[in-house]
Design a protein around this ligand. Structure first.
Ligand code: GRF
Length: 214
């Protein structure tokens, strides 16, 4: 059974590209049914078009508040009957109503080792904190911003000469590995959100999610 995925973006869409490339692989049951952006200039829209995927633009500035935008967003997503909704650099805080609607079928990727460095400027903050390790996390989305149950994390060492840019670039490469992996697990029916957290193959994942060290 194919797993229909709707991807939400706001920007470059390099994670979207990694997903597009991975669903083309043999035996991957994930299908990207649509890509929706809240920004007209998101380059990810071009990536989707090039891959023959339906695109939609829903400009949040055209809506009177978060509730109205999220209601329209749900409508736009539902038109594609998704089994899974994937946030791939979607730079909007979602309302509790939206998050509840997609509970257990909404994933996000965040460029830090959550629960460290929720929010923005994660690479700079990891450097300023003197962290010896940094990385990225895929998690189920709950009402707590960047706080939902972790699925998988890629951990990499911070080097003495790292800058925010060099870290961002290495973390991004890892994002492109772990997001397709998590989406594939979900599409294969191996990953789900249980009452106590994320489950893989019927077993609870550790609080950190599945760890990949590079
Ligand atoms: C990534 O760093 C992701 O972790 C964050 O937003 C960025 C999106 O990058 N949520 P891209 O648009 O996928 O290139």
């Amino acid at each position: 059974m194919p797993c229909n995925v709707v991807v939400l973006i706001s920007g470059s869409g390099s994670n979207l590209q990694a997903l597009i490339d991975s669903v083309a692989q043999d035996g991957n049951p994930a299908r990207i049914g649509a890509v929706i952006s809240n920004r007209a200039d998101a380059y990810g829209l071009q990536r989707a078009k090039q891959a023959g995927i339906a695109t939609e633009l829903l400009d949040h500035k055209q809506f009177d508040g978060r509730e109205a935008f999220d209601a329209a967003l749900i409508q736009a997503i539902e038109a594609h009957q998704p089994d899974l909704v994937v946030l791939a650099g979607f730079m909007r805080i979602l309302t509790p109503g939206f998050v509840q609607h997609y509970a257990g079928r909404l994933l996000n990727i965040h460029p830090s080792l959550l629960p460290r460095h929720k929010g923005l400027h994660t690479h700079q903050r990891a450097l300023e904190a003197g962290d010896s390790e940094h990385g990225c996390s895929v998690h189920f989305v709950t009402e707590e911003l960047d706080g939902g149950p972790l699925v998988v994390q890629a951990v990499l060492p911070v080097m003495a000469d790292d800058t925010a840019e060099s870290l961002a670039s290495r973390v991004h490469q890892q994002e492109h590995q772990i997001y397709p992996l998590a989406v594939r697990w979900f599409a294969e029916g191996r990953l789900r959100l249980g009452a106590q957290g994320a489950m893989l193959d019927g077993e609870p994942l550790p609080a950190s999610g599945h760890l990949i060290r590079t």
